[in-house]
Write a protein that binds this ligand. Structure first.
Ligand SMILES: [Mg+2]
Length: 376
């Protein structure tokens, strides 16, 4: 049996501007500035047998050029390699950069290659990525986040919620985590009153409370039948999340800030959260994310990965348990990919296109590309 070989790799740094700047509690508490753009490092891998794989990683506010720079350094190490051996190539890249660490930007810069290699593997098998991995769901419940940030008044948040629910979203997440948590409680009460008892609502404190404030706020929030309370305390406070999860009736979600499978392990082994939000691009791609899914299934956790709906929709479709996908329309607003996520009756429809099912819109991406490098 003849093997294939990686012939060339294109690496792109793309800046996606947001239609409007958004603020969560990290901005309200003065730790960060409003978010105005998302940076993508995107790769396209070509093989000798004529396959093309696409993958990307991303970051918000900071670090885009660092991810791009590392990706350019990784790419030559894949030339001539068999694209089928994804795990071996993942570890080859990790070991090549091990002196700068085995989490964070080092693995996030492996992500675009890993996703592109899975894209190729699925295309070679003539399958979508969901069918390649084994699919459980054809439709996945989704909730919108982009309308619920803290710079908007509660009246604007309610208008946004009604609009996006009418467009097919199945739930609404709003930001909390303000210094006066009663202000958050009032916003949640107003939203619940406006959209009724049957619409799922999630809240996200973006790490801005300590455990006792989170307990006090959480006891008030318990009355609203929320789907989850997200990042009530610091991202690495496993014990704090564990305590809140065991004390409050509202499920506790966290994991978006963890930057490798290993960073997620203390949460997964202890089931210190109810809803796992580890993010495939942020932890190194599909290869480590499959391990997350296996651990979550063992503990019967809800799988609700943070952000990146284009990548997470086909992956959550493969989870044996309850899932949510987060609806962020930012990439679709400028049309960076030719494909759009289809959302109907509270669900996203799992794509049946081959591979990851994404192709770059050349005209749009040319407008937003900062630099392109081709390695062969
Ligand atoms: Mg969050």
């Amino acid at each position: 049996m003849s093997i294939d070989a990686i012939k060339s790799i294109e690496v792109k740094l793309i800046k996606v501007p947001l239609a409007k700047a958004v603020s969560d509690a990290k901005v309200i508490t003065g730790k960060q500035t409003p978010l105005t753009e998302v940076m993508i490092t995107l790769v396209r891998i070509q093989t000798e047998a004529g396959y093309e794989g696409l993958g990307y990683t991303y970051c918000k506010r900071f670090g885009g050029p660092a991810q791009f720079s590392l990706a350019k350094e990784y790419a030559p190490r894949l030339i001539g390699e068999d694209p089928n051996d994804i795990s071996r190539l993942w570890y080859k890249l990790l070991w090549s950069s091990i002196s700068i660490g085995d989490s964070g930007v080092a693995v996030q810069s492996i992500t675009p290659f890993d996703i592109a290699l899975w894209d190729i593997k699925a295309k070679r098998a003539n399958l979508s990525i969901s069918k390649l991995l084994g699919q459980h769901h054809t439709h996945v419940p989704c909730y919108n986040t982009t309308g619920g940030f803290l710079q908007d008044s509660i009246e604007e948040v309610i208008d946004n919620a009604k609009k996006v629910l009418s467009q097919g979203a199945g739930g609404i997440k709003i930001k909390v985590g303000q210094a006066n948590y009663m202000e958050d409680v009032r916003r949640v009460a107003a939203l619940r009153e406006a959209i009724g008892d049957d619409i799922p609502i999630m809240v996200d404190a973006n790490q801005q409370w300590d455990v006792s404030t989170a307990l006090k706020a959480g006891r008030h929030l318990d009355q609203f039948n929320l789907v989850w309370l997200e990042e009530p305390v610091g991202a690495h406070d496993v014990e704090g999340h564990h305590r809140l999860s065991r004390t409050l009736s509202t499920p506790i979600a966290t994991g978006e800030m963890l930057t490798s499978f290993r960073e997620g392990l203390p949460y997964l082994e202890r089931a210190a959260f109810d809803v796992c939000q580890l993010d495939c691009p942020r932890i190194g791609g599909i290869t480590p994310y499959r391990k997350v899914m296996e651990r979550c299934e063992e503990k019967r956790l809800v799988l609700a990965p943070h952000y990146s709906m284009e990548i997470h929709l086909p992956l959550t479709a493969c989870y044996n348990g309850d899932v949510w996908v987060e609806h962020f329309e930012w990439f679709e607003q400028i049309g960076i990919f030719n494909e759009k996520v289809e959302m109907k009756n509270g669900m996203m429809i799992v794509p049946t296109r081959l591979g990851i099912g994404l192709s770059l819109n050349e005209d749009v991406s040319a407008k937003y590309t900062i630099e392109t490098k081709i390695i062969s």
